[in-house]
Design a protein around this ligand. Sequence first.
Ligand code: SF4
Ligand code: SF4
Length: 205
Amino acid sequence: MTNLLLHICCAGCLCAPLEELRSEGLKVHGYFYNPNIHPLLEFRKRLKALRVLQESDPIEIDYCEEYGLREYLSEVNYEGNNRCEDCYSLRLRTTAHHAKEKGFDAFCSTLLFSKQQDHEKIKVMGEQIAERVGIPFEYRDYRHLCECSQRIAKKKMLYRQSYCGCIFSEFERYENTTRNLYGGWKLKENSASSNTQKEEKLNCP
Ligand code: SF4
Ligand code: SF4
């Protein structure tokens, strides 16, 4: 039986592929190492979601609980176009080394199971790192299970994030919502009188 160290970035892409890997006869051990998740409370939410998953699933997970903002900023060229490449490389490299140190047979990452990530880049990078570190990369493409996995995570009431992870991806996710948010405030002010009318109708104190 192959003892696989699976890098996990959050619970979202994990649920369905985990069952597939097991049905293929692999023994899956998780590894939470994500210095790319910011800010701190978001990092803790994603980490906690895995602990919640463990309450209903026997998967063992090694957690790197240190908040890695500084590590991320020193390793990733966030000004250039290769931000995600640097980020993948950091996480895959560390996973490969951890797998080798702990005596696993191979490593893999839930990054490969997402439709949002650069699948081909992760595949090539995983194979290169495997060769350099000297441990096999167990490549899998479970992108077709993406929606199913999210549904299972929802059913299990696991936290599902709304942006990739780093502070830059959070900005990109929400930058176009700013105007609407301010519009919302304006709307609130403008509709103050109609709210008062509503409140009167409802007999609010
Ligand atoms: S790729 Fe995104 S959704 Fe999938 S496990 Fe990683 S952080 Fe979660
Ligand atoms: S967008 Fe996602 S993959 Fe890209 S650098 Fe940020 S956390 Fe890493």
